[in-house]
Design a protein around this ligand. Structure first.
Ligand SMILES: [Zn+2]
Length: 141
């Protein structure tokens, strides 16, 4: 009996230590998640500040604050352009187009937007890396 009691005591001690470790680990994990979430929220706030200043730059290119970040804004301009091009290329690959008025996506052969009904003028897909040379034009000499 003494042996079993000792064993039982030992087991419950070990169990308590283990469960304490588990609890501590769970708490640590929770705190780490909290820190990561807080960092993510902070990034969102930084982003909002950046976006607000960028909009200032778009509306008034002489703005003093905006001018301090001109390099970053040029980079954003370039990134926006590149996203726009990639998005229109995706549409082109899917044989679809986007309404220039409401932004609805639809089949390329439709002339009118099924959402807002406006006649569509879609930006041409710009292919930057392929230069199209008209053979008749170049043989005109
Ligand atoms: Zn539309």
């Amino acid at each position: 009996m003494d042996f079993l009691n000792k064993l039982g005591k030992k087991f419950s001690e070990t169990y308590n230590i283990a469960s304490e470790k588990t609890t501590k680990l769970a708490k640590e994990t929770k705190l780490k998640i909290k820190i990561a979430d807080t960092r993510e929220n902070m990034k969102m706030e930084y982003m909002k500040i950046g976006e607000a200043i960028y909009k200032k730059y778009l509306n008034n290119r002489d703005d003093n604050i905006a001018l301090q970040f001109i390099t970053e804004f040029k980079a954003i301009d370039k990134a926006m352009e590149s996203i726009k091009n990639a998005e229109s290329e995706i549409l082109y690959l899917k044989n679809r187009k986007k309404c220039s008025k409401c932004g609805e996506e639809f089949e390329e052969e439709f002339e009118f937007c099924p959402n807002c009904g406006s006649k569509n003028q879609v930006d041409d897909i710009k292919v930057f890396d392929a230069e199209i040379v008209n053979p008749e034009e170049s043989n005109k000499d």
